[in-house]
Write a protein that binds this ligand. Structure first.
Ligand SMILES: NC(=O)c1ccc[n+]([C@@H]2O[C@H](COP(=O)([O-])OP(=O)(O)OC[C@H]3O[C@@H](n4cnc5c(N)ncnc54)[C@H](OP(=O)(O)O)[C@@H]3O)[C@@H](O)[C@H]2O)c1
Length: 332
């Protein structure tokens, strides 16, 4: 192998907006070099998130314009190969979990550069795939519960009645488990095939979203919700409203134009019931906390399926389909 070939890596990339799974091409590209504050990782697992295909579709163009060609995916577990200038917390050989910059991506490749500031150590007892599931999905669940819904995960505080929609999905599975570390009563929605799984994650009651009660979101025990961690899409405010307690709020993690309008209306009319649009702000200390919970056996990653990089297009089609149970992983 000549020097040139040694510095190339296999990756999947797309070169324009749209195209879905067929838009991903297998390519050989140079191994990236870590800059100031960055680490170069040999990737051991990458998890996909719906935002990955939404970026490809151009849906987030105002916020996330992409420079083509683009290697998608951000949530990774791997081994540090090299550290850039100024990196003090990691050295070659360290096992880590991290989330890559959404503008740059890089997760569907053999190697990727990650910011030290969004990378945490991964203890040996956590398999790469379990770790790679955590960043976006786990941190979104954590932020929605702790910041937006005010749940204290140490179990202190008064009981909060929660509804978690799409509890079988990437975010929902973590939300149920994290919520039950706090003083909460959790009603969860999912499809019939996942009701036992969601119960096993700790949900107190589970609704099949395709049944009449599931459609109306009525708690089987008659509770009103203090907060809804809304991980599904397409449910109007009018469905939530009668199920909320006096100061109940819906934390919408996929806020479209209709949700933003409701948010504005509720604010303007000083409504006690609120819709809260939420966008994740990843924080290293929270990722560290999630990794610690996994190590302690208090949190786990449900894995929908694993694909080798040679079949990453199938993983892409699966995340676009929107019916994963837990996380979809690409693993060499
Ligand atoms: N705001 C942010 O920063 C942020 C961060 C992360 C994710 N998100 C967004 O949050 C949403 C969820 O993400 P995710 O990773 O959890 O998605 P996901 O893993 O693709 O969710 C799939 C799951 O949702 C279930 N589901 C679909 N519609 C449902 C409904 N009406 N009621 C109950 N369950 C339903 C599916 O069950 P079946 O297969 O049985 O249909 C499936 O198990 C996405 O729109 C994503 O873009 C936003």
């Amino acid at each position: 192998m000549n020097k040139m070939a040694e510095n190339l890596m296999h990756a999947l990339q797309y070169s324009c907006y749209g195209g879905g799974a067929a838009g991903l091409k297998h390519v050989e590209v140079p191994v990236p070099a870590p800059n100031q504050g960055e680490v170069l990782l040999k990737l051991e697992a990458t998890s996909l998130n719906p935002v990955d295909w939404k970026i490809q579709k151009g849906m987030l163009r105002p916020v996330f314009p992409v420079k083509f060609p683009h290697i998608p995916a951000t949530d990774v577990a791997g081994e540090v190969i090299k550290v850039g200038p100024g990196v003090t917390n990691f050295k070659a050989g360290d096992k880590v979990v991290g989330t890559l910059n959404h503008f740059i991506g890089g997760g569907l490749a053999e190697f990727a550069v990650a910011k030290e500031s969004l990378t945490v150590a991964r203890p040996p007892e956590i398999p790469a795939a379990e770790g790679a599931g955590l960043p976006i999905a786990g941190l979104t669940a954590h932020q929605a519960l702790t910041q937006s819904a005010g749940v204290k995960l140490d179990g202190s505080g008064k009981q909060v009645n929660l509804l978690i929609t799409a509890a079988s999905g990437g975010v929902g599975q973590y939300a149920v488990q994290l919520a039950k570390l706090g003083n909460t009563h959790v009603t969860a929605t999912c499809g019939a095939r996942n009701m036992d799984l969601v119960k096993s994650l700790g949900a107190d009651e589970v609704l099949d979203y395709k049944t009449p009660d599931g459609v109306t979101l009525k708690s089987p025990s008659g509770r009103k919700y203090d907060a809804v961690i809304h991980c599904a899409t397409g449910i109007p405010w009018s469905t939530f409203e009668p199920n909320l307690s006096a100061n109940g709020k819906v934390i919408d993690i996929t806020p479209g134009p209709r949700a933003l309008l409701t948010f504005a209306m509720k604010k303007l009319t000083f409504s006690k019931k609120q819709l809260v649009p939420m966008i994740i702000k990843p924080k290293k200390e929270n990722l560290d906390y999630l990794v610690k919970l996994v190590k302690e056996g208090k949190l786990k990653t449900i894995i929908d399926s694993k694909y080798p990089p040679s079949k990453a297009e199938e993983a892409w089609a699966k995340i676009m389909d929107g019916h994963a149970t837990g996380k979809i992983i690409v693993e060499p």
